[in-house]
Design a protein around this ligand. Structure first.
Ligand SMILES: NCCCC(=O)N[C@@H](Cc1c[nH]cn1)C(=O)O
Ligand SMILES: [Zn+2]
Ligand SMILES: [Zn+2]
Length: 498
């Protein structure tokens, strides 16, 4: 194995990139094989496939030379009283040289559901290349990025080069259904994280065509609001007009959560939102964001706001309330004349700094109770908080952000936040106190969770190169830091002329 020569790192980088370009068809073939496994974590009938997917991933990581531990995550209780095993979680380690930086990569190999009849142009589990895009469920979320990281490590191995950092993996199989058990896994394996310096997640997408680094995500408080009028559904010809309908109550409650301008109607909800400073306001001006393209990607004609700055702020730094659905309501084909006996409204509030989950919970319950009181309805109202995930904000001055900027090379990456939620980001930050960074390789138009999900061939291969080069850049900066030679300090003192 050739030792790491930082002076020759440009040559090494060239060799790594040449190898990646030359082997791109093999990398694409690996992705095709992974996508062929329908590892949909929401479908208990596909649990065997999901378990197989985790096993294949573990074997792949083991083949890199890593030691792999498969952690039992117990049983998932299903609504019908049955249970199925959760897929195991992977903890793996490659290298333990104390002089090197240790990066832990978190990702998932389960996917969202996908069926041809949902509107896929080609079979979601038979990856198809069209116009240099690789279409298939999991292509960008998250099989492509997980494989790109593995490909990057593999490239060092293939070239018989020493990997300049220690690498750990934490890979799970139930991210799409809420990462059950993962917080406990992190708590119960503190020794695994004790020597980790940096945690990297590549489970989101860029904002534009430009490469990006993500330093923040919103959190989410997800509520169920249940209204029950009786023990069963009723015929509206026989009972319509003489009872307090649960659906009428629920629709009224949901209609009083947010107004047509997007303003949340819950008293006090904006009280803890951190004020926009002049310094932060300026950040939005320079961000490369094509509003028209974003609108085209959405399939919606008109947004609530018309400027780039307003749109980004309302995605990243202000809360929003979305109504997701009603369980128990008639939603099928035709014109059934039913009055549902019990309905459950589902809505969630994206949380931003410095909102607090218990405060939001109380505000929501008080508001719904007071709106409900106006109805003078005898029906039963129950409000429950189902998910409480906090927002995450990183320190962009952490060394790994500098290393990633260097690794991206050709352009300065956009520093972005993400309006959605990766609950694990904040959980990692709070439990491990390590530096967290999101390094997305997928594009804004990849269609995560949507029909015809894809990753472009170029993003997948460039992403592999970025990861490979990130290892080298981080190793260099980490070494400088260890020698008490913090390059950021040097830069500052040089700028000061000292
Ligand atoms: N771009 C990454 C998106 C990851 C994602 O979709 N996360 C979910 C998590 C969630 C929040 N509330 C319920 N699930 C999301 O909707 O943001
Ligand atoms: Zn994901
Ligand atoms: Zn997802």
């Amino acid at each position: 194995m050739l030792p790491l020569e930082t002076n020759g790192s440009e040559d090494l980088m060239t060799d790594l990139f040449t190898y990646i370009d030359g082997h791109q068809d093999e990398f694409v073939q690996s992705l095709k094989e992974w996508i062929a496994i329908p590892s949909d974590s929401s479908d208990p009938l596909l649990r065997k496939e999901l378990i197989k997917m985790v096993e294949i991933t573990a074997e792949r990581i083991q083949a890199l030379g890593a030691t792999v531990e498969l952690i039992d995550m117990g049983q998932e209780q299903l609504n019908d009283g049955q249970s199925v095993p959760f897929p195991k979680a992977i903890l793996a380690q490659l290298g333990n040289d104390p002089s090197k930086a240790t990066i832990c990569f978190y990702g998932h190999v389960d996917v969202q559901p996908a069926k041809m009849e949902d509107g896929w142009i080609t079979d979601p589990y038979n990856m198809t290349e069209r116009n240099e895009n690789l279409y298939g469920r999991g292509a960008t979320d998250n099989k492509g990025p997980v494989l790109a990281w593995i490909n990057a490590v593999d490239t060092y191995k293939a070239l018989n080069q020493e990997i300049p950092v220690n690498i750990k993996f934490i890979i799970e199989g139930v991210e799409e259904t809420g990462s059950q058990g993962l917080e406990d896994l992190i708590k119960g394996n503190s020794s695994f994280f004790s020597d980790v310096d940096y945690i990297v997640i590549s489970d989101n997408v860029r904002l534009s065509r430009k490469p990006a680094l993500t330093y923040g995500t919103r959190g989410d408080a997800y509520f169920f609001v249940e209204v029950q009028s009786g023990t069963k559904d009723l015929h509206s010809g026989t009972f319509g007009g003489i009872i307090h309908e649960s659906m009428r109550d629920l629709v009224y409650l949901l209609a009083n959560l947010v107004d047509s301008s997007g303003h949340i109607l819950i008293p006090g909800i904006y009280d803890d939102v951190s004020p926009l400073t002049e310094e932060e306001r300026k950040l939005y001006d320079d961000i490369d964001f094509d509003l028209e393209e974003h609108q085209n990607n959405s399939g919606v004609n008109t947004f609530l706001y018309s400027t780039k700055e307003e749109i980004l702020q309302h995605l990243w730094r202000y809360p929003c309330l979305s109504i997701h659905g009603i369980e128990g309501a008639f939603s099928g084909y035709g014109s059934k004349t039913v009055i549902p006996g019990k309905v459950i409204g589902k809505f969630s509030i994206r949380l931003v700094p410095d909102m607090k989950i218990p405060v939001v919970n109380k505000q929501v319950i008080n508001h719904l109770k007071s709106v409900f009181a106006k109805l003078k309805s005898p029906n039963k109202l129950v409000v429950t908080l189902q998910i409480g995930a906090l927002p995450w904000i990183a320190n962009v001055n952490d060394l790994q952000y500098e290393a990633a900027r260097n690794a991206i090379r050709k352009v300065t990456p956009e520093m972005i936040r993400d309006g959605s939620t990766i609950p694990l980001a904040r959980i990692f930050q709070d439990l491990t106190k390590k530096s967290i960074m999101m390094l997305p390789i997928g594009g804004a138009d990849d269609g995560e969770h949507s029909q015809n999900e894809k990753i472009s061939r170029s993003n997948y291969i460039q992403g592999t190169k970025i990861f490979a080069s990130f290892f080298l850049e981080l190793a260099k900066l980490h070494k400088d830091l260890q020698m008490n030679n913090d390059p950021l300090t040097i830069k500052t003192s040089q700028q000061n002329g000292s």
